[in-house]
Structure formats: C-alpha cells, structure tokens
Ligand binder design. Structure first.
Ligand SMILES: Cc1ncc(COP(=O)(O)O)c(C=O)c1O
Length: 483
C-alpha cells in the first residue's frame, strides 16, 4: 500500500470535483473526505504537499491550505509533519451525514447515550467472523431465529448468570428496539395497556404508541425517597388495570441509572403472573454496572418473563445485534411476527456477535473504568456550573437524570444548539408532556468534551432563565432520534 499519494494520482481520484456551488476549499475537502470514507484513498497515507497539489489542480495555495485545515478539523487528516498530514478517520466517529441520527457537525451530542466500539475487540470479532463465513456460504443465509452458534452463546451466557436457558429460548434480533417491536406486535394489540416506568426510554414509549397500545405510566419515586421503584403502585396498576404487558428497565434504568433490588423483582414477577401481565424486561444496559450492585436477572424469578438483550451498549450499537429470551412456545410466536418484518439478521454480524457474547466481559473492564471517570467528571461539572440542578447519581448505565429548578426542558433543548450542544428534552421520556422539569445528560463523552458541554448548558440555561417569555413560547423541539 503506498504511504503517500502524489498530486497526479489524487487529481485522478478527485475527477471533476469542482461544481462551483460552494467555495472551492469546501468542495475539495468534501470530495477528499468522501474518498477516504469510501476507502478509495487508504488510511494513513500522506496527501500531496500543499504547493504540489495547488500547482497540479491550478488552484491557489490558500485554497489547498483551507481544504486541508478543514479535513484536519474534522479528523480526516492528522497534523503530520509540516504540511503533509496523513489520512485518518475521526476518532469519535460522529457520522458525517446521517440525517436524524447524529448531531450536525460541530454540535456535542447529549441526545445520544451511546459509546464508540469497545476498542479492538469488535474489529477483531469481525475479522475472525470472516474466517468462519465460508462454512456457512453453502446454506441459504436465511435464519429467522438467528444462527445457531449465536443462540448457543446467548443461552450459555444466561445459564452462567444463573438462569438455565436453551438455544430454543433465544431469538436473535437487530437490536433491542427491534426485539421490543416484535414483542409488542405479538403481545400487545391496539388499545391494550402497557405498563411503563415513568420516566422511561423514549424509543420504547414511541414503539408502544406506534403499535396502537396505550402506555400506562407508573411514576418512579424521587431520588430522595426511600424506594427506588414504587412497587406497591406497580402491583396495584397490574391488578386494577390488567395491562397486557409491562415494559421495564430494571437494570440501570434509562434515564435514571437505577438498579432494581431482587425483592422488588420477585414481587413484580408474582404480581405479573397473577394479573396476566407479561413482564418484558429490557436488559440492554445490564452490562454497564458501575458500582458493582448485585441483582439477579428478572428471568431468574419467573419462567414467564420475557427478556430483551443487546450488544449496543456493552460493545457497539453498530453491530445491530440483540435478542429475546422467552419460553420456547413464545419464541415460536415471536418468529412468526418477525418474518412479517424481516427474514433474519446478517450472518457476518451474527458470527462476530457470537464471539463477543462468548467473551462478553473482555472489553467491559476498561469500558466501565472510562464510564466511571466520565460519570465523576459530569457530576462534578454539574455541581460546579449548574448547582441549582438536582442531580441523581446513577448506579450504572450511561446517563444522569437531573431536575431543573423550573420547568423549561424543551426551551433549553431548543436553545442549546446555539451554544453547541444537542439535547433530548425531558418530555421525550414521559407520557402526556410530563418531565418539563427534567433533563437527561449522558456521560458518554470524554471529560474535556463534557466540560465544554456543561459550560454550554450553563449558558443555554441562563438564556432560558433570563427570558420567561422564551420558556413559554418555545414548546416544541425538533423530533430527532435519541438513544
Ligand atoms: C433501555 C434501552 N433499550 C433499548 C435501546 C436500543 O438498543 P438497540 O441499539 O439494541 O436497539 C437503548 C439504547 O439507548 C436503551 O437505552
């Protein structure tokens, strides 16, 4: 592989890049970036010197300098020796153009609670998966249940966690959100009630509403209350309202980061059985146990529990691999639903996922350490810069749930991009406009970026605070995706 690119070769790759629609340096930087992302310019290759490229392309040197500066700023070029930077991809891969998903360039994303891939482990799993692929190529490639090695690995992980499980009890899905949609379509029809913690995970609430079901919110107690879940209210809601399903996040609840104690789990499992409610527990964040709190998986308390898992937070959301654990007859019903949407997951991803599940804990040590540091920084920064916010210390997961001194979460979210930050407003986590008093802040960014973000939040909060008029008039936020 060449370690440098000469100007003629680059000019050939660029083709007719200059449409004149934008300043030349921008267009040049955009095309080089696309070439790097496409792999047509390899990584770690020195680009031509500014002078030689300017003369080959017939442009001023200033234009090339500005284009290279822009590439450097976006992370596509290293600082390099002199002006000869080498191609690279941004370290934190803020995707460059994914409308509705990533924050626009230049914004710090506090709407997404997600981490980059867990080091080399994910890459290695894919490389190894490719070596196993030939053995599967003679097959059709369709497997609506998931490939056997992955189902075996997931079942073995549950068994090792104290919940004996066979591969027949596992359905592999394209992530936890996909799993929830399959479950909703199978178990909760139109107008059926689905009990949820309040607040809860926004995409789950959206999925419940989109399925035509009705979320039945049960408030979580405030952080200073003696109980972290109001189990009496949940049990009463199950018996009185007879929801078809309960969707719960007992393991590092999103957004509060709480961990449900075992005796609550036991009571809920019993109440669900007697009220005919299917208990669906989302264990997506279970691996992110920051304080070493102990709690058995909810499925340890009843064979009727339906569990959702995912590699998105423990390893990488880009794997798009999750699963459902349930009893085998229910899995058969879920497969029937699944095949109305898709016919199975991609095989290479599943092979990679099987390797990751088999050595599940491998990347977690350093991931948890980094998250603990980030959490400590965020808590300190919030105490220093936003002392009027009441902040709940999470036991795990990725986010801090904060109570604002006045309702104004949506206004803050609308104003925040002016200060360089993208947020998800409190009401996204609730039903019927609740939680204007709250803001979720993830600690997924490194401490230096968290500092910038919290200072920006301070400024945005001041702008909203100085103008009650703004608070009243800014009711709607842009509905972009959150995670
Ligand atoms: C509680 C919870 N469930 C599900 C998801 C989505 O998981 P996946 O990427 O596997 O669809 C998230 C992501 O933030 C989450 O926090």
């Amino acid at each position: 592989m060449p370690s440098s690119l000469n100007p003629t070769a680059l000019a050939r790759l660029l083709g007719s890049w200059n449409s004149g629609a934008l300043p030349a340096y921008r267009e040049l930087a955009d095309v080089v970036r696309l070439l790097v992302m496409d792999g047509r310019i390899p990584l770690d290759v020195a680009l031509p010197s500014e002078r030689s490229l300017a003369s080959t392309l017939g442009l001023s040197r200033t234009t090339i300098t500005a284009a290279y500066a822009s590439l450097r700023e976006q992370g596509f070029l290293t600082a390099g020796q002199g002006s000869r930077g080498r191609t690279s991809i941004p370290h934190r891969s803020t995707p460059v153009s994914m409308p509705g998903l990533a924050a626009p360039e230049g914004l710090l994303d506090l709407a997404y609670a997600s981490l980059p891939a867990a080091g080399e482990v994910v890459h290695r799993a894919f490389a190894d998966a490719l070596t196993e692929l030939p053995a599967l190529l003679p097959g059709f490639g369709y497997d609506a249940l998931g490939i056997p090695v992955l189902r075996e690995a997931i079942a073995a992980k549950y068994t090792a966690d104290g919940v004996p499980t066979t591969p027949e009890q596992i359905l592999v899905t394209s992530g936890a959100q996909h799993a929830l949609n399959i479950i909703l379509r199978t178990l909760a029809g139109k107008q059926h009630k689905v009990l949820v913690e309040h607040p809860s995970y926004p995409n789950a609430l959206d999925a419940i509403r989109t399925a035509g079901s009705r979320p039945l919110p049960v408030a979580l107690p405030s952080p200073d209350a003696p109980d972290s879940w109001d189990i009496d209210a949940m049990v009463a809601a199950m018996h009185q309202q007879r929801p078809a399903m309960a969707y719960l996040v007992p393991d590092f609840h999103n957004p509060t980061g709480r961990l449900m104690p075992d005796h609550y789990r036991k009571r809920l499992a019993r109440a669900a059985a007697s009220s005919g409610t299917v208990l669906v527990v989302d264990e997506t964040l279970r691996g992110l146990n920051l304080d070493g709190g102990a709690a058995a998986p909810m499925s340890a308390f009843s064979p009727a529990v339906v569990s959702i898992g995912s590699l998105s937070k423990s390893h990488w959301a880009g794997l798009r691999t999750g699963w459902i654990r349930a009893d085998a007859p229910l899995i058969t019903r879920f497969v029937a639903t699944r095949t109305t949407m898709d016919l199975g997951g991609p095989v290479v991803e599943q092979l990679a996922a099987a390797r990751l599940v088999r050595s599940y804990a491998e990347p977690l040590g350093s991931r948890l350490e980094e998250l603990r540091d980030n959490r400590a920084s965020l808590l300190e920064l919030l105490a220093e810069h936003l002392p009027e916010w009441e902040v709940e210390r999470p036991q795990g997961g990725l986010t801090v749930w904060c109570r604002l001194p006045t309702p104004g979460s949506t206004a803050l979210t609308v104003v925040a991009p002016e200060f360089g930050v993208r947020l998800a407003a409190g009401p996204r986590f609730g039903v019927g406009g609740a939680f204007e008093h709250y803001m979720r802040v993830p600690y997924t960014l490194p401490p230096a970026q968290l500092e910038t973000a919290v200072k920006a939040l301070r400024e945005a909060q001041d702008k909203v605070g100085d103008s009650p008029q703004l608070r009243r008039s800014l009711k709607a936020e842009e509905r972009f995706a959150v995670a």
